[in-house]
Design a protein around this ligand. Structure first.
Ligand SMILES: [Zn+2]
Length: 316
C-alpha cells in the first residue's frame, strides 16, 4: 500500500516457484506511487490510469531491468507484464481509459482500465515514438507537471510537443476508444497455372489436355482484421522462389488477399514489433511446413512435463 514517503508490502511464507510479485513487484509499484500519486498528484479517482497505470508501466520496466521476468528458471520465463496482459484481454472493451474510476462496469473492468490497459497502451506509445523520445516525454511530463495536478490533456500536450507527432489516431483508438487491435493471417493457398481445357468457339468445342503454363505454381495469402482498430500493418512474406516482400495493408476492410508469382513458404504480420498491443501473435505468422513430431519433439514434451513437475515441487 502506498502513503506519502511510506510504503508497505507483504511477503509469502511458502513460495517454491519464487514468483516475484510479493514483495518485489509490490515494493517497486508502491515506490512508483511516490511520483505519480505523490509528486504529480493527478486525480486518482477520476483518471486512475494516470496514477495506477503509469505506476504499473514503470513497475514493469523496473522489473524487466532488475529481474528480467516475473517467474522463470532456465527453461522458461514469464514476462514482467504478464498479469497486465492477462487482465486486459480478460475484459478489453468494457470501459475506455477516460472512465472515472468509480464508474467502471465492475472491479474487473477497473483493474483492466486503471492498471492493465494503460501499461500496454504506454508500451504501444513507446513503440510508436521510440524509447529515447518516450523517455524525453516522461521526463518533461514529470518535471513540468510536478505539484500541478495534471490531467490526460497535459500528458497529450507534452507528448505531442516533445515528439513532434499528432497523436490524434492513437488517442482516439487507445485512450478514448474501447476497440481492440486484432489482425491475423487467415490462411494461404497455392495453385498451378495451366493452359488448355475446353475451348469454345462458333464451331464444336475442342478439348486440349491442360499443360503447365508460366509462372507455374502461384500463391496467395489472406489477412483479416478481427478487431475494431484500423491501423496500417506490415506483412513480410518469403516465397518458394526465395523472393522476400514487405507489404503494408491499411486495414480499412475486414480482409485482403495478396497474390504472388510463387507460393508463400513463410509470413509474419507486424515483423518489426510495431504493435505490442496486437492480440494474437499465434496467428500472426504462417508456414505451410508440417509440424515434425519425431523423437526430439516427444523427448522434449516428456522432459518438459518432468521438469515442470519438479519446479512445481520446488526441486527444479
Ligand atoms: Zn498502485
Amino acid at each position: 500500500m502506498e502513503y506519502p514517503t511510506l510504503i508497505t508490502a507483504s511477503s509469502v511464507a511458502f513460495d517454491p516457484l519464487g514468483v516475484r510479485i510479493n514483495p518485489e513487484q509490490t515494493a517497486i509499484h508502491e515506490c512508483g506511487h511516490q511520483f505519480f500519486y505523490g509528486m504529480l498528484a493527478s486525480n486518482e479517482f477520476e483518471e486512475p490510469w494516470l496514477d495506477e497505470g503509469f505506476t504499473s508501466w514503470f513497475t514493469y520496466k523496473v522489473m524487466e531491468r532488475s529481474y528480467h521476468s516475473l517467474l522463470g528458471g532456465r527453461r522458461f520465463q514469464v514476462g514482467t507484464n504478464f498479469l497486465e496482459w492477462g487482465d486486459y484481454w480478460t475484459l478489453p472493451s468494457a470501459d475506455p481509459l477516460t472512465r472515472f474510476g468509480f464508474r467502471t462496469l465492475d472491479h474487473l473492468s477497473y483493474d483492466s482500465t486503471a492498471y492493465a490497459k494503460p501499461t500496454l497502451v504506454l508500451d504501444q506509445l513507446e513503440a510508436m515514438l521510440g524509447r529515447p523520445v518516450m523517455e524525453q516525454v516522461m521526463r518533461a511530463y514529470a518535471q513540468e507537471m510536478a505539484f500541478h495536478h495534471p490531467t490526460r490533456n497535459d500528458f497529450r500536450r507534452i507528448a505531442e510537443r516533445e515528439s513532434g507527432r499528432d497523436l490524434s489516431p492513437f488517442w482516439r483508438d487507445f485512450v478514448e476508444g474501447t476497440e481492440v487491435l486484432d489482425y491475423a493471417i487467415r490462411g494461404a493457398k497455392s495453385r498451378d497455372i495451366t493452359e488448355g481445357g475446353w475451348l469454345f468457339s462458333d464451331k464444336a468445342p475442342v478439348f486440349a489436355a491442360p499443360q503447365p503454363a508460366a509462372p507455374g505454381r502461384v500463391g496467395s495469402i489472406t489477412l483479416e482484421r478481427r478487431g475494431g482498430i484500423r491501423a496500417p500493418i506490415t506483412l513480410w512474406v518469403r516465397l518458394e522462389n526465395r523472393e522476400e516482400q514487405r507489404l503494408v495493408w491499411d486495414g480499412q476492410d475486414r480482409w485482403i488477399t495478396y497474390e504472388f508469382d510463387s507460393p508463400v513458404v513463410a509470413a509474419v504480420l507486424d515483423p518489426d514489433g510495431n504493435y505490442p498491443m496486437l492480440k494474437d501473435r499465434l496467428h500472426a505468422s504462417y508456414t505451410p511446413m508440417p509440424v515434425r513430431r519425431g523423437f526430439h519433439y516427444w523427448a522434449q514434451m516428456v522432459w518438459g512435463a518432468v521438469a515442470g513437475w519438479m519446479l512445481g515441487c520446488g526441486i527444479g
